[in-house]
Design a protein around this ligand. Structure first.
Ligand SMILES: *[C@@H]1O[C@H](CO)[C@@H](O)[C@H](O)[C@H]1NC(C)=O
Ligand SMILES: *[C@@H]1O[C@H](CO)[C@@H](O)[C@H](O)[C@H]1NC(C)=O
Ligand SMILES: *[C@@H]1O[C@H](CO)[C@@H](O)[C@H](O)[C@H]1NC(C)=O
Length: 411
């Protein structure tokens, strides 16, 4: 009697275990995403190298839904542009679209864009897609933010302003390169986005976003130049990307709404602050899969960061098939990103799975939960770390263990 009931218990426990492992791998973009196609052109433009804001904007505003404005050849310089609903911007191979270095063109009306100030949010973005459905940027050309170029009539570049702001503990008023807000089904396909004055791509309150074959490249010495930041957004796919920058390669946030159903697949990260979740996650981040990622020469690898002023629940996250070399903090789960933060938005990270992770060089691994009442709950399957690494786990329930490897084949 006693035996049969404990056998039954074992059976049920095994079933539940199999069930939960299967479910852990289910958090991803719910859409069936395939490689985008570039829509036909409504108008073709050749760049003269001069300021063409009005020409490009006029073409975008008069284009037919479902079509693209095709930048065919040359270099274009422009101030802020708005892509209307259903319209694409096609930047063809060899074409460069430069953000103007004239800060006045980006000013939001407070006359502080291009300055270091105690006020922030003084600039409009370079390319905006707001309240759109089915808009996008396509083609193998380049969007160049010119972050390191001296601003018109000034002795400093956008990046110089960012460093000055750090020293003065104030804000640089620099534009975001591509800002997508309150939209549906937006696509970035093949384009290179480089030298951002501030963030490269923000995806706010958006349902359905695909970045496919996108390259982001900005020097590691720059500040606040995150690669792609989904915030309060759902059904996100970032596939076949290459991201090198001075801040988070990707940062998933959830300040005003939850972020969930996100897939990051087949990407390669150079220098940067990592594949990050945080810092603002009040509304929760869940159902994220990061699969087939290579990270090298960066500060952080897989990072979740928040604190009690802006924490929330992060769950159903799977990292699988990640190879790292020369990464200072290959895994860092931090609930006290700001040690001086106050508040009761306690960060809670559970259902975090690390599967087939290979770290070739020594680094620091941190699992720092908030308290024994709200510990980090993580699972490790086939996690291989380099000899000489540091492993710190506090307020953490970790299932499975890592093994020390000998350096492996490289990645
Ligand atoms: C996490 O995944 C499980 C199983 O798929 C699901 O029941 C649960 O609602 C998810 N939690 C969140 C917060 O998405
Ligand atoms: C996500 O995609 C699924 C499948 O297409 C869809 O049913 C769901 O409504 C989408 N969610 C949002 C928030 O758009
Ligand atoms: C390791 O990465 C750092 C940047 O984090 C870089 O400065 C350094 O040159 C890299 N080392 C090697 C051996 O590549």
């Amino acid at each position: 009697m006693r035996d049969s009931s404990s056998l039954k218990m074992l059976g049920i426990t095994t079933m539940m275990l199999v069930f939960s492992v299967l479910h852990e791998t289910s958090g991803r973009d719910l859409r069936q995403v395939t490689e985008p196609k570039i829509p036909a052109a409504c108008e073709s433009l050749k760049g003269s190298g001069g300021d063409e804001t009005a020409v490009i904007q006029k073409a975008l505003s008069s284009c037919t839904k479902g079509k693209t404005v095709h930048l065919v050849s040359g270099t274009f310089v422009s101030g802020p542009l708005t892509i209307p609903s259903g319209i694409g911007l096609w930047i063809d191979s060899g074409v460069t679209l430069k953000a103007s270095s004239n800060a006045k063109l980006f000013d939001k009306g407070k006359n502080i864009c291009g300055t270091v100030s105690t006020q922030y949010n003084g600039c409009n973005p370079f390319i905006s897609m707001k309240n759109v459905d089915g808009s996008g940027i396509y083609g193998k050309g380049t969007i160049d933010g010119q972050g390191g170029v001296k601003l018109t009539g000034k002795s400093q570049s956008w990046w110089d302003l960012a460093h000055e702001a750090q020293v003065k503990n104030q804000y640089q008023n620099n534009p975001t390169l591509v800002d997508i807000e309150s939209s549906r089904e937006v696509i970035l396909y093949q384009v290179s986005i480089v030298n951002a004055p501030n963030y490269h791509v923000i995806v706010g309150s958006t349902n359905g976003f695909t970045a496919w074959g996108v390259t982001i490249n900005t020097p590691p010495s720059t500040r606040n130049t995150d690669g792609i930041d989904p915030a309060g957004s759902q059904n996100i796919t970032i596939h076949d990307c290459s991201i090198t920058t001075g801040d988070d390669n990707i940062a998933i946030k959830a300040h005003f709404a939850p972020s969930r159903h996100i897939s990051v697949t087949n990407c390669r990260f150079g220098p940067g602050h990592g594949m990050s979740i945080g810092s603002d996650i009040d509304e929760g981040v869940s159902d994220l899969t990061v699969e087939n990622l290579v990270q090298h020469d960066s500060l952080n690898g897989l990072q979740i960061k928040s604190d009690r002023s802006r924490g929330g629940l992060v769950t159903n996250v799977t990292y699988s098939g990640v190879c790292m070399r020369n990464v200072t903090n290959p895994i860092v789960l931090n609930t006290e990103y700001s040690k001086t933060a106050t508040g009761d938005h306690i960060p809670e990270y559970k259902g975090i799975t690390f599967s087939n992770i290979e770290v070739l060089t020594p680094g620091k691994f941190t699992f720092d939960g908030f308290s024994d009442a709200k510990p980090i709950q993580a699972t490790l399957h086939n996690v291989v770390i380099a000899k000489g690494s540091t492993w710190v786990a506090k307020h953490a329930k970790i299932t499975g263990n890592y093994v020390e490897g000998s350096g492996g084949k490289g990645c």
